[in-house]
Every structure is written in structure tokens, then in C-alpha cells.
Ligand binder design. Structure first.
Ligand code: ZN
Length: 493
């Protein structure tokens, strides 16, 4: 079987906590890319899911008086509900507690044990339970995990190790030969420096105090770290199992875009490709690390009660507005600051004013001056031709995940159209019975149709409303003439 799908993944989100704006950001980015590809007839496989194992999850469940399985079911359900609310259309939701996934992980472990890429040993060091990795003392911030801020614990005992050091040279060679493999550039340099400084083998299991995980098949006293199984999801989700060939896997592998947060980039850009090399599988085409969101300048934290609820924003503004705001506000890859004031400002000026007004102005003119009947394409549809010629550039930016630049370009064009109306004054053309009126309105309607296509991946509901509204202006209108055009974005006071 040949690869036919464009395969997009998000990281698996730990069920240690319910989803926040950061999780939503990654998954929405994957959804924008997926919708963009699908709209252009590319077969897409978009996978997301939840990481459910680990002593940190077990502890979280115990603290609330729940069994880990029931806790995982409940939090995993919260993720699914939020993705539905945000209009995220994934093809597969994988859970690391899925029996087929667990079976494949055990088979991978056995295969790597046989090839001696995994071997038994003893570990000792400073451990973060949530990361499930050991830190060197100088990597910690006053003794705390640099990602989680929780104190690192001294841990020692038996473990299985993955022979990461063996792949140091092959990884450096791969980064060198594939400059687009890691993005953005500054993150790629960090990874290059990290690997160039030398890789150590890393423990993938512990014989610790938790049994909430996949047992090592060779020694059931050893529980595999959650991340080891979680990384393998990208392969097992579409059907990889070293014991069983799978057409579904062959049609999807390798992944075209692994999206991830910068905090897990070492796992995705170093450990995961090394595991794939050890398994003899092709490496993904691109690994893309996006930045972190702060809220009003502060790191998102439950204790500071500054966590923005995506549900509240959707209730107030609708999913499209959140989708628009987070990709317009910050270049994808950089860190961003979430502020409700900034969201409202953009809503009123860019959505209600710029796009919403343009749309309703054009529709009411078509209604008033042309009785909802657009002329055939005029000889010189110059404005429309100029605008649709920008398509390849805008599409290229979405392909490259330069989302904010694509939106900047689209809103620049919205501005051009609004200015063209102000300059041309179609109401005066109508009054004087000018020949210029019909071709100008043709230009405007068709330009708006192009814009609806461009914004579709970001704002699918708005794009659909626009397309339906614009169908009113068809030459052979099909009973839609009497429909009142919708207000896309009612102003917020
Ligand atoms: Zn940590």
C-alpha cells in the first residue's frame, strides 16, 4: 500500500488536568491545517487524543477519590467535548488505554529489547513525576521542574533504558540533511545544540510505586513511563503493530506534520525520531513546536485563577471568534498573551466593522440595485482578478503554518474592498444610472466569495454563512432572494 493521506497529529494531552487554552491552541492549529487541505481535495488523517497513564495521573485520581480509569474516562471526555464545541473535526481520537494501542506498545518494547535498543539497568537522579524524566541539577529552577514548577524527587532503582546515545550521530545527520524537519528555526537550533552536547540513554520504565501503566512484557514489575507509550501513538493510531502488517498504516505513514508544544519538543524531536530509527520506520516530515500562551502577561495557572475558559469565550462570541483571535494575535511558533480586552477589540474592529460591514453592505446593494440578480462576468473584472490572484500566496502561508500572516493578507484585502466602495460610491452610480454599477457589484460579490474560501479553515461557520448569503446574488437565484442576509458579527458594547 502506498501513502495517500496527509497525516496531521497533535500531542496526546495528559488527563492529569482538564483542557485549557493552550491545549485548544495546538488542536485548533491542526484543525486549520486539516480543513485547509481537505478544502483543496487532499485526503487528510487528523489524529488527536489523550495520554492517560502515569503515577501523576494516578495520584490526581486518588486525590479526588476516583479510580484512575474512571478519572481518565471523565477527563478524556472533557477534551472530546471541548473539541466539539470548538468545531474541531479530527478523524481519530486515540487514548493510551485503548487495548489495541497497549498491545502494540508491548510488541514494540519486545522488538526493541530483542534488538538491544532497550536494556535493563539501574537509574538514580532527580525526577519530575509529571514529565517522567530525570533532570540534571543545573536544569532545575531552585530544585523545581522547569516545566511544571513542582519539586524534583530523588529516585533510584531498577529500570529499562532506551539506547538513545546510539542515535546521536544519525539524528544530527538527519537534522543537517532536512532543514525543514524541525520548526521554527530558533527551536531547531536549541535541539541541535542539545543533541550536539551528547545524548545519554534514558530510562523508559520504573519499578516504582504506581501500577497505572503498561507493564513491561519481560518483567511485569516494571511499568513503562506514560510518555513511552504516548509517543508511539502516532504510529499505533493509524495501525502500526510490529507483529501485524497494516494497510491503514502504510496509507498514512510517515506523519506530515507533528504539532507539539515547545515543552515537549525534546521528546518529539529527539527521543521519538530515535525510537523510529530503532524500529526501522520512516521519520515524520515535519515537527512543529508552537509557543506558550500567557494570560494578561502571566503564565496560565490554576492557583492564580487566571485560566481563561475556552467554553466561556465560545458562549459569548462563538467558536469562530476564538479561532480567529488566537491565530491573528500571535505568529504561530512565538509565545503569545491572551487578553479578553484584545479579543473584544479585534472582534469589534476587524470582524464586526471590517468584514461584517463589508459583507452586509455588498449584499444590501445587490438587493437594492440589482434585485438580487448578478450580471454575468463582465469583460474587465479587474478588482476580482487582482484579488483572486493572491490565492496561491495566501494558501502557501497556511500550508507553512504562517497563519497570522495569511490572516493579515486577507484583512488587507478586506480593507481594499471597503476602500473601493468608499471611493467608487455605488449609490451615486445607481442614482445616475451608470454602466459601471453592475460590473463593480460583480467584482465585490465574487471577491467576497474568494475571501469566504480563504477564511474557511479559520472560521468555518462564518465562511458557510457568507457563502449562503452570497448565493442570493446568483444570476439564476434559486428562491433565496427573499432571505434577509445574516449579520455576521453583531457589535459588542
Ligand atoms: Zn515536569
Amino acid at each position: 500500500m502506498q501513502k495517500i493521506y496527509f497525516y496531521i497529529t497533535t500531542p496526546l494531552y495528559s488527563v492529569e488536568d482538564s483542557p485549557n487554552i493552550g491545549h485548544a491552541y495546538t488542536t485548533l492549529a491542526a484543525d486549520v491545517l486539516a480543513r485547509h487541505k481537505r478544502a483543496r481535495q487532499v485526503p487528510v488523517f487528523f489524529q488527536t487524543g489523550t495520554e492517560e497513564h502515569g503515577s501523576h495521573v494516578e495520584k490526581r485520581a486518588k486525590d479526588t477519590g476516583m479510580a484512575p480509569r474512571a478519572w481518565a474516562d471523565s477527563v478524556s471526555g472533557n477534551f472530546k467535548r471541548l473539541w466539539e464545541l470548538l468545531n474541531i473535526k479530527y478523524d481519530h481520537f486515540i487514548r493510551t488505554t485503548d487495548p489495541t494501542h497497549e498491545k502494540a506498545v508491548r510488541a514494540v518494547f519486545k522488538k526493541l529489547l530483542l534488538s538491544e535498543d532497550i536494556y535493563p539497568g539501574k537509574h538514580e537522579g532527580l525526577f519530575c513525576r509529571s514529565c517522567e524524566i530525570f533532570y540534571a541539577a543545573d536544569e532545575l529552577k531552585s530544585g523545581n521542574c522547569p516545566v511544571h514548577g513542582s519539586p524534583a524527587e530523588k529516585v533510584s532503582g531498577d529500570a529499562y533504558f532506551f539506547r538513545l546515545s546510539k542515535y546521536e550521530k544519525a539524528l544530527l545527520k538527519h537534522y543537517g540533511e532536512n532543514p525543514l524537519f524541525l520548526a521554527p528555526q530558533n527551536r531547531a537550533r536549541e535541539i541541535l545544540n542539545f543533541v550536539s552536547a551528547g545524548l545519554k540513554d534514558i530510562p523508559v520504565s520504573s519499578g516504582g510505586d504506581s501500577s497505572w501503566g503498561i507493564k513491561a512484557p519481560s518483567n511485569p514489575a516494571q511499568i513503562l513511563y506514560a510518555w513511552f507509550g504516548a509517543l508511539l501513538n502516532y504510529a499505533t493510531g493509524p495501525g502500526y503493530d510490529p507483529d501485524t502488517p497494516s494497510d491503514g498504516f502504510d496509507m498514512k505513514w510517515p506523519a506530515d506534520a507533528h504539532l507539539t508544544g515547545k515543552e515537549t519538543l525534546r521528546f518529539h524531536a529527539v527521543v521519538w525520531p530515535a525510537m523510529l530509527m530503532a524500529l526501522g520506520l520512516e521519520l515524520p516530515k515535519k515537527i512543529y513546536a508552537h509557543g506558550w500562551w500567557t494570560v494578561n502577561g502571566e503564565k496560565i495557572s490554576k492557583s492564580k485563577s487566571n485560566a481563561i475558559s475556552p467554553e466561556d469565550i465560545v458562549r459569548e462570541y462563538g467558536a469562530d471568534v476564538l479561532r480567529y483571535y488566537i491565530f491573528r494575535e500571535v505568529p504561530f511558533g512565538a509565545d503569545g498573551d491572551f487578553s479578553l480586552e484584545a479579543l473584544k477589540r479585534r472582534y469589534n474592529s476587524e470582524l464586526a466593522n471590517d468584514l461584517g460591514n463589508l459583507f452586509s453592505r455588498v449584499l444590501s446593494m445587490v438587493r437594492k440595485y440589482l434585485e438580487n440578480r448578478l450580471p454575468d462576468k463582465p469583460e474587465n473584472a479587474d478588482l476580482f482578478n487582482d484579488i483572486s490572484a493572491r490565492g496561491p500566496e495566501i494558501n502557501g502561508k497556511i500550508d507553512a503554518m504562517r497563519f497570522s500572516e495569511a490572516l493579515d493578507d486577507i484583512w488587507h484585502i478586506v480593507g481594499i474592498l471597503n476602500k473601493a466602495i468608499d471611493d467608487k460610491k455605488p449609490w451615486e452610480l445607481a442614482r445616475s444610472g451608470s454602466e459601471e454599477l453592475k460590473p463593480f457589484l460583480y467584482d465585490l460579490v465574487w471577491s467576497l466569495r474568494v475571501i469566504a474560501g480563504w477564511i474557511y479553515p479559520f472560521m468555518p461557520d462564518t465562511a458557510t454563512k457568507m457563502q449562503l448569503g452570497l448565493a442570493v446574488g446568483r444570476t439564476s437565484a434559486e428562491g433565496l432572494e427573499t432571505q434577509k442576509p445574516p449579520t455576521l458579527f453583531p457589535r459588542k458594547e
